[in-house]
Design a protein around this ligand. Structure first.
Ligand code: PLP
Length: 360
């Protein structure tokens, strides 16, 4: 068996300890005589799995009691619709468009009401985060929406927008659990777990309880009402049971690693190794403004498409895989999520140095 260094943006690398533990429990989960994949989501043993997962997430993120944690399906993309269907009471919401995912959310919301583009960085291929300290925000907005870490472009908000008292809704898919957060600053924090937490198929929604109401847009499907899932503790129907079990293991792994402050330190250290090299290299350069650099997704280019392709190919042959950039940016992108070991980044940088020397 040989494992590669997987720099995929998602689905992405998971902690090896978690995968090994899951393998050991595959045929017989804790004496139940069956795999977690085979058991009833209403069983006592599964109830413990999902409750412990929620508690561990609450501990990690310091989630206050007036927030509900929901384990849902449909990918982050289904939330693009679920958010307006549940929260657009005045049929008016503000969107800050900092990349493809924010743009898709904005476009989806406009199917349900008036989606107002409060700011955008599309003029510079989303290579920066706009100044959001004093935006013109209409009084009657239901919420202000952001994508906090832009997976494709590699930017991240270093300070949250000034919403002027409006509810903040954030897609944190690609920075979930990468550093401590103050949950109380948000109305809704959500993300697909396949970037930084677990297997595709689970979406975690952390939502302030007063935002969960019966008052949804007419025609909202039952499965898309937050209240249904909240009232049933994420067990209204069969949840993505195995995926939640793996997420639970990752939460325990994070606790063992020292929690989110320790992860932040580790992630900063890892990202610095790569960014420092990009800043000194004569061949490679980062594509976004320095102040807005993401700790999780690092896009870079050589400026020469043929050289980019050669790099991606030779890197893969050395066991550094999925480094090809998103089709809308080109070049390369290294996603260095929580589970990417520091050693993986160090070895990648050593390979980049060697490539630069050989191709100067
Ligand atoms: C990947 C991603 C999405 C889309 O996730 P799906 O689960 O495929 O719908 C949305 N937002 C962000 C920030 C992402 O990184």
């Amino acid at each position: 068996m040989s494992r590669v260094y997987n720099f995929s943006a998602g689905p992405a690398v998971l902690p090896e300890e978690v995968l090994k533990e899951a393998a050991l429990e595959m045929l017989d989960y804790k004496g139940s005589g069956m795999s977690v994949m085979e058991m009833s989501h209403r069983s006592k043993v599964y109830d413990t799995i999902i409750k412990e997962a929620e508690q561990d997430l609450r501990d990690l993120m310091n989630i206050p009691d007036n927030y509900k944690v929901l384990f849902l399906q449909g990918g982050a993309s289904l939330q693009f619709a679920m958010i307006p269907m549940n929260l657009m009471k005045n049929k008016k919401a503000g969107y800050i468009v900092t990349g493809q995912w924010a743009k898709k959310a904005y476009q989806e919301a406009s199917l349900y009401g008036e989606a107002i583009k409060l700011a955008s960085s599309e003029d510079q291929t989303f290579s920066y985060i706009p100044d959001c300290s004093n935006l013109a925000i209409p009084e009657d907005l239901d919420y202000v929406y952001i994508c906090e870490n832009n997976t494709i472009y590699g930017t991240k908000y270093k300070t949250l927008p000034n919403t002027k008292g409006h509810t903040l809704v954030a897609d944190v898919s690609s920075c979930f659990l990468s550093e401590p957060v103050d949950v109380t600053k948000y109305g809704v924090i959500y993300g697909g777990v396949q970037k930084n937490i677990g297997p595709a198929g689970v979406v975690i929604v952390i939502i302030r309880k007063d935002l969960i109401t019966e008052d949804t847009l007419p025609g909202t499907p039952t499965m898309m009402k937050y209240q249904i899932h909240a009232d049933n503790d994420s067990l209204y129907n069969t949840p993505p049971a195995y995926g939640i079990y793996i997420c639970g293991k990752v939460f325990k792994w994070l606790k063992n690693m020292g929690g989110l402050s320790a992860m932040k330190e580790r992630n900063e250290e890892k990202a610095k190794i790569l960014y420092d090299f990009l800043d000194e290299s004569k061949m490679f350069r980062g594509t976004v403004v320095k102040e807005d650099r993401s700790l999780m997704n690092v896009p870079f280019v050589t400026g020469n498409e043929e050289l980019d392709a050669k790099f991606v190919q030779e890197a893969a042959a050395e066991g550094f895989v999925n480094l090809k950039g998103h089709r809308t940016v080109g070049g390369m992108r290294a996603s260095i999520y929580n589970a990417m070991p520091k050693e993986g980044v160090e070895k990648l940088v050593a390979f980049m140095k060697k490539f630069e020397e050989e191709n100067a």
